[in-house]
Every structure is written in structure tokens, then in C-alpha cells.
Design a protein around this ligand. Sequence first.
Ligand SMILES: Cc1ncc(COP(=O)(O)O)c(C=O)c1O
Length: 366
Amino acid sequence: MATILRPTIAEIRLSAVRKNLQKLKKAAAPARLLFVVKANAYGHGAVELARLAEREGLAYGFGVSSVEEGLALRAAGLKSPVLVLGSLYPFESFVEAINSDLMVTIASLDAARQVAEAARAAGRKAVCHVKLETGMGRIGARRPSVLKIYDELRAHEGVEIGGVYTHLSSADSDPDYTGAQLAIFSETAVELELRGARGLTLHAANSAATMNFPVSRLDMVRCGIAAYGGLSGFEPAMSLKTRIVFLKNVREGAYISYNKSFRADRAMKIATVPAGYGDGYIRRFSNKADVLIGGKRCRVLGNVTMDMTMVDVTAVKEAAVGSEAVLLGRQGAEEVTAEELAELAGTINYEIFTQVSARVPRVFVE
Ligand SMILES: Cc1ncc(COP(=O)(O)O)c(C=O)c1O
């Protein structure tokens, strides 16, 4: 007998991810494409999507945020290059990374010394990408330190300097600032070349830069959001779907949800769907977001609760227990986009995707 499951799922369309990666790869060429699959591929399922990309040759390798995320890819059998984009701490984790053939980010002189030590201890080569701070203000060494880091790393036989990179803070919003960041980066790359550096992979571009700043593509681009369809011109891959589990008619004056957060101003038909903020359908959607049922937009009523949300289906004659409800994605001619939900919640589409919690099964479809 088939297992009966709660009907709340995140459906991931592989065809959309494939198309998006193909488009990025083509736009970036001859630069290589590093597919950023951190945070479980922005909630989309890192292992499955990395497998798709590796099987079909859609990316050179993968970007992750932590050693743990890299180890998960290796445990799943992925062989492509993996770059850990975060700053590693504790330094002992360099040994783990080196043993699993993960490339690491080096953003300080201290880390440079420690990675060299770890390579010696592991008896294997550590492939490092040096991170330059050009205006993001997160992790990265400023220009003078980068030169020192470079000198430190190249003094060790067990270390290979695979690349130098930076992260652009405003490629989606501020061309001048982006240009200034890229100028600092290029000047530093030239200085490194003057010191004899050859064959370094230079990289700076995220999705927005890849599409909007051809000069930023350099030797490699690092793209996440566009691959998931969260950038204009790309196809959204994720739908959040569930089914009505309870239906009722209420009289005028009835209160719905915690703290009487909605009061019916007329007789209404109300559906309950089994998805709430515990699934990543965040509470800021209360009384604001629309859910698609019967091909129509139906408003969320009252506070979203941890596991359930109430929806106005007065206008949907055919609504019944078991009817499909789309919280994110398309149904018929209607679509609820991640951008629309982000706007309602005062956030960005990245957060809408990554909030979809671990208890929501990812179902991969073509
Ligand atoms: C260092 C780094 N590179 C690349 C990316 C990918 O950015 P995007 O998803 O905007 O393409 C990220 C994501 O935040 C990042 O942190």
C-alpha cells in the first residue's frame, strides 16, 4: 500500500533548472559556470540539482557555503569541483575539506597559514581561492593583505592557488558601484600577475552581474538565483503545493485564526490547507497573500499558523477537501511568484525560497 503523506510539497521542475543553467552557461562562455547550490540549492534540493548539472555537463562545478554542504555533495557521489564560499572556522575543518577535495576560500593571512598547515597534516594538496574585499564588506582581505596572503600561500608546496575572487554587492541595483568594485579587483589581479601569478581563475560575477555586466564574467561566474528562476528572463523552478484538508461555511462575524486576526464581514466559505510558517510559508503572509485554488486567487484569512493556513474559497464553487492549493507557482492561468510573496513580506525572493523548511518534501518533476 502506498504511504499516505501530508499533501504539502515543493515541486521542483528539472526542465526549468536545466533551461536556466543552459542559458547561464551560454551567456557566460567562455567563462566557466560555478552553480551555487548553497543552502540546499536555495531550498530547491542541492544533491538532486547538482546531479542533474553534473550528469548533463551544465556546470563546471558547485559553490557551497560550508564544508558540511560540500561533504554532502561528495557523500552523494558528486565528483565535480566544489568551492566552499564561506570563511572556514574552526581551522581544523580545513583538513576535512582537503580530504574531500573541496576547494576553500582564504580571506585572511591567519587562514592562509592554517590551510598550509592542514595540507601538510593531510598529506594532500589544498586548492585555495583567495577572497578579495572590494566593497561587499562581508569576508575578504583588502588589497595589501591579499598580496601578503598570496606570498604566504605560494611559499608552501602543499598549496595550490586556484583562483582569486570577490563578491559584488549591488550588481542588481548600482552599476557605478559595481564598476568600482570590478576596477579594484582588476587592479589587484594585475598586481598579482606582476608578482608572477599565472593561470589563476579570476571570478566576481553573481547571476545579476553575469547577465548585466559582461566585463564581470572574467574566467568564471558564480550563479545561484538565476538557475532557480529568480531573475528576470529565467524560469521559476519551484512550486509550493498542498491540498485542502478541511472546509467550512461561516456566518458573518465569525473569527478566523489566532488573536481573532480575521473577522468575516459576510457569510463565507473557508478552506484550511496544511501548510504554515513551520513549512516556510511565513507569518508575514497573514491576511495578505493569495493562494491559487480552482484557478482563482484566494486570499489568506487571518494569521498563518505553524502548520495550517485558512483561505477564502467563497468564489470557488468546486472547492472541496482534496482540491489542489498552490501557495507559490502556477495554476491554470494564474501565478503566485516568489517576487510577489517577497514584496508582501518585505524581503527578497532568495528568502522566500530558502525559507521552505526541511519538512516539506522536494518532489522533482521534468
Ligand atoms: C560568494 C557568492 N557568490 C555567488 C553567489 C550567487 O549569487 P546569486 O544567487 O545572486 O547568483 C552568492 C550568493 O549569495 C555568494 O554568496
